[in-house]
Write a protein that binds this ligand. Structure first.
Ligand code: S3P
Length: 171
């Protein structure tokens, strides 16, 4: 069974890489935020606004449970998913996880024009964005680093991930 789980901070490129990887492996691609939005017929921003972050985190945990009934997939997780409710443990039971490591500066650069859809950063100025990322990333890294593989920027390619999966399957 090929279940591949990409974790990492907002803006690290989970969805972009995930789509390419799914294509290469010829398996479905799932984006946890999109699946949750389809399930509750609300955007992530609306869920945060109407029910608060804690309800969103419960929904994320419930969503992970549904994936144990699925076959092969590449999953791009929401940036906070691994950091609540022992979700990282569940994700590791589900399949092979990869942490896409990026520096705070790089993340800030990548997120500068992608704040609106993300309730945690939508109200931040560019100056505050970097300090927010530094602080949150340092809190979250412990969870992210429980991933099966930690990938540096250069290693974040579909080819490299495929070769690691093949290695695991042989071993
Ligand atoms: C969040 C990341 C978002 C989304 C929500 C909360 C976070 O997903 O789940 O806005 O806590 O880091 P992306 O990582 O896809 O932006």
């Amino acid at each position: 069974m090929k279940r591949v789980i990409l974790v990492g901070f907002m803006g690290c490129g989970k969805s972009t890489l995930g789509k390419k990887l799914a294509k290469r492996l010829s398996i479905p691609f799932l984006d946890s935020d999109e699946e949750i939005e389809k399930g509750v017929l609300m955007s992530v921003g609306e869920i945060f606004g109407a029910h608060g972050e804690s309800r969103f985190r419960e929904i994320e945990t419930e969503f992970i449970e549904t994936l144990f009934d699925e076959g092969d997939f590449v999953l791009a997780t929401g940036g906070g998913m691994p950091c609540f409710n022992k979700n990282m443990e569940s994700l590791n039971k589900l399949g092979t996880s990869f942490y896409l490591e990026r520096s705070p500066k790089e993340l800030a650069h990548r997120l500068r024009n992608a704040k609106t859809q993300r309730p945690l950063i939508s109200g931040l100025s560019d100056e505050d964005l970097l300090s927010f990322i530094e602080e949150k990333l340092s809190e979250r890294e412990e969870a992210y680093k429980q991933a099966t593989f930690v990938l540096s920027r250069e290693e974040q390619t579909p080819e490299h991930i495929e070769s690691l999966i093949l290695l695991l399957q042989k071993g």
